[in-house]
Design a protein around this ligand. Structure first.
Ligand SMILES: Cc1cc2nc3c(=O)[nH]c(=O)nc-3n(C[C@H](O)[C@H](O)[C@H](O)COP(=O)(O)OP(=O)(O)OC[C@H]3O[C@@H](n4cnc5c(N)ncnc54)[C@H](O)[C@@H]3O)c2cc1C
Length: 450
């Protein structure tokens, strides 16, 4: 946390005035997540809280932003005025539903002057050591968003009680708690009844970080798998030279490169969306499309990479079991697969300019077949087949980005493997004619010696 905070992985996008701050921050996050994925959660939430506060409550932003963007990791629960840096979490999910936050039953009783007392239970609240949380609760005017500090200005603890920590599948370096709020003092963010609209500005950024985190874990898995295969022999030959192993490794590399280029293109959209409506429209739909597809590909990718190491991959020392346990989280948190697909349908129906921006982006590859595939997918999208539509939009986008930003061998292989008819369904079932050895070599970490 100290290293990442000191390099602004939670804040660079908001403090750096040069163009490209989101891309730079995304790149650092991508690197750090490969070293330790769990600490990405509080970094991501703190990063995402800033634009939500800026958009809805300039006074609270003025008070909290200097702390939330500080490069100092000041651990420990103390009043905000005594801290040199602070972290922010979020508490939306309740027992009866995380996707459907409108079903929240936590209440917010007005105390006057924009202050409220919150009572209720939050079922999933990650990084509960944070200094503040954006919380949804039912105020007299409807579901509203609040900023709730852990410690009150007078130094006493707020009514925020950790009932239990979750015994999670993975992500164990990052605690997730069940929280009881008991007359917890909080300040309204934005207007009463506009809670979802307010917190959505936080959610889009954490959704983007799910894409980034998945791409990072894919890269970590590719590094391990390609390195191992380059140094392991079986049946008298180096594994990496075996054609079938080359197919598997190359396919893992293709997925990783497609995820990375997608994540970084999105980061550029976040850099420009404030001043360019087309980029804003692109970010709107592409965040949801990528959150679904990139995150959905994560667990299978980790499983296949792990298998490249044989039995050693199944053993904790390889590091890959940790990657394998982390990947499903990115798909569940901040909008599970179906919920994100429904969000894409909403964008298609209510914000047609977002589809236009996505198609414009795909058109830049100069391949009419890709644009036609995306247009067809959007036209056919309905609730039953939403996953099919979103998958096809994602693949067309990824293929178009690879055409523009990767060597032809990579772009051609991805297109043939993901959109052609000659490939199988498992990783490594590549169509004929792919330069697998060349693709693997592009991704294999070199210069490492143990
Ligand atoms: C490690 C971890 C950390 C988390 N940290 C936090 C946190 O800090 N703060 C926080 O607020 N929450 C947090 N969550 C909660 C998370 O955001 C929710 O679990 C998630 O939003 C899903 O909500 P749910 O668990 O209630 O599932 P449900 O909403 O019950 O959904 C169950 C399934 O039904 C699907 N579904 C829902 N609605 C529909 C529909 N209309 N049509 C079709 N399918 C549908 C969903 O996609 C999902 O697959 C965390 C979760 C995890 C795993």
């Amino acid at each position: 946390m100290r290293l990442s905070v000191s390099h602004g992985l939670h804040s660079l996008s908001w403090t750096e005035t040069r163009p490209g701050a989101h891309v730079a921050r995304a790149t650092l996050f991508y690197l750090a997540a490969q070293v330790e994925a769990g600490h990405g959660c509080p970094l991501s939430m703190t990063h995402a809280a800033v634009p939500a506060l800026r958009a809805s409550s300039p006074e609270l932003a003025a008070e909290w932003e200097p702390l939330l963007t500080s490069r100092e990791y000041d651990f420990g629960l103390r009043p905000a005025v005594e801290k040199r840096g602070a972290l922010c979490g979020m508490a939306m999910t309740e027992r009866q539903g995380g996707s459907d936050v409108r079903a929240n039953t936590t209440t917010a009783r007005p105390l006057g002057g924009g202050e409220y007392a919150l009572d209720g239970a939050k079922w999933f609240c990650s990084a509960p050591m944070c200094d503040a949380f954006l919380v949804l609760a039912q105020a007299p005017g409807g579901l509203s968003c609040f900023l709730l500090p852990r410690v009150l200005p007078d130094g006493t603890r707020n009514g925020f009680h950790i009932q239990r920590l979750k015994d999670k599948l993975g992500d164990r370096s990052n605690a997730s708690g069940e929280i009881e709020l008991e007359s917890a003092w909080a300040s309204l963010v934005g207007e009463e009844g506009r809670g979802v609209r307010t917190i959505v500005e936080m959610v889009v950024h954490t959704r983007f970080d799910c894409v980034l985190g998945t791409a990072a874990a894919m890269r970590q898995a590719v590094e391990q798998a390609t390195h191992h295969a380059a140094h392991r022999s079986a049946f008298g030959a180096v594994l990496a030279d075996r054609p079938l192993m080359q197919s598997v490794l190359a396919d893992l590399c293709l997925e990783s490169e497609a995820a990375t280029v997608t994540a970084l293109r999105l980061a550029r959209a976040y850099d420009r969306r404030g001043s360019d409506p087309r980029e804003a429209a692109f970010a709107r739909i592409a965040t949801a499309v990528a959150k679904y597809w990139v995150c959905k590909r994560g667990p299978g990718h980790a499983a296949e990479a792990l298998e490249c190491l044989g039995g050693n991959g199944y053993v904790e020392e390889s590091g890959l079991p940790r990657v394998y346990r982390q990947q499903p989280l990115q798909s569940i948190w901040e909008g599970s697969g179906n919920v994100v697909c429904l969000d894409v349908l909403r964008a298609l129906a209510r914000e047609p300019e977002s589809l236009e921006a996505l198609l414009d982006e795909i058109r830049l590859a100069g391949d009419p077949d890709l644009t036609a595939a995306a247009e067809r997918a959007a036209a056919e999208a309905d609730e039953t087949r939403a996953r099919v539509a979103v998958e096809r939009l994602a693949l067309a986008l990824q293929a178009s980005l690879l055409v523009r930003h990767a060597p032809p061998a990579v772009a051609d292989a991805f297109r043939a493997a993901r959109l052609g008819s000659d490939a199988g369904h498992a990783y490594g079932a590549l169509p004929a004619g792919v330069d697998a050895a060349g693709i693997v070599e592009r991704h294999r970490p070199t210069g490492i010696s143990y």
